[in-house]
Write a protein that binds this ligand. Structure first.
Ligand SMILES: N[C@@H](CCC(=O)N[C@@H](CS)C(=O)NCC(=O)O)C(=O)O
Length: 205
């Protein structure tokens, strides 16, 4: 059986949603990020070498880390990933953009100490990260224009897309102004699997 190590409100919400959608029995294992459980020696040694979530324990007991790998794997397993080659390439393009650009912009807001040794630089790093993150949310809003679901059909991309709307709201960005993105968030919240995850992860809007 699959086991998902996730943090409430973290980027692991994407695979968490996908697993809830799957209908397959899995073990959800909450990691308390605020308490630093992800930095415990046993976690770093056995679950995720970087001390992060998400981490997925596979059926054979081995670990898979990084959303860029976990989401395509789960999506293919549960029919939530495009099937033709070009559509798959486009899905990887979106996942890559999210993991390598959108998520790191947000990290500059919450974890400036990872980007400079001088605390005097932190406010500027936070501010720049917030402006960049807001810009990317606007870009995602544009990507959603005229679409119910990002890839045409509901897929892992929508679960990942949802995470950044939640973060935008948490960072008090004017996300409601993003009409396509807000409609997408509302569409997501009508899905029972998303409602269960939002309740468990205490997501607020
Ligand atoms: N590139 C990784 C990022 C993982 C990541 O940074 N996760 C955050 C939560 S969103 C985390 O575990 N933070 C805890 C920490 O940095 O101590 C992925 O997409 O899987």
């Amino acid at each position: 059986m699959l086991t998902l190590y996730y943090g409430r409100g973290a980027c692991s919400m994407a695979p968490h949603i996908v697993l809830e959608e799957s209908g397959e029995k899995y073990t959800p294992h909450a990691v308390d990020l605020a308490k630093g459980e992800q930095r415990a020696d046993s976690y770093v040694k056995e679950i995720h070498p970087l001390g992060r979530v998400p981490a997925l324990r596979l059926d054979d007991g081995s670990m898979l880390t990084e959303n860029t790998a976990i989401l395509p794997y789960l999506g293919k397993r549960f029919g939530l990933f495009p099937k033709d080659d070009i559509a798959q390439a486009r899905a990887h393009s979106v996942i890559g953009f999210y993991a390598s650009t959108v998520h790191p912009a947000h990290s500059h807001i919450g974890r400036p100490e990872r980007f400079a040794t001088d605390p005097a630089a932190y406010p500027n790093i936070r501010e720049t990260g917030k402006a960049n993150f807001h810009g990317y949310l606007k870009q995602i809003d544009g990507m959603l224009a005229g679409k119910d679901w990002l890839g045409g059909e509901y897929s892992v991309l929508d679960a990942y897309t949802f995470v950044f709307y939640v973060w935008g709201h948490r960072r008090e960005l004017p996300v409601k102004e993003l009409k396509n993105y807000t409609a997408h968030k509302d569409r997501m919240l009508r899905r029972p699997a998303v409602q269960r995850v939002a309740a468990d992860e205490k997501v607020t809007f």
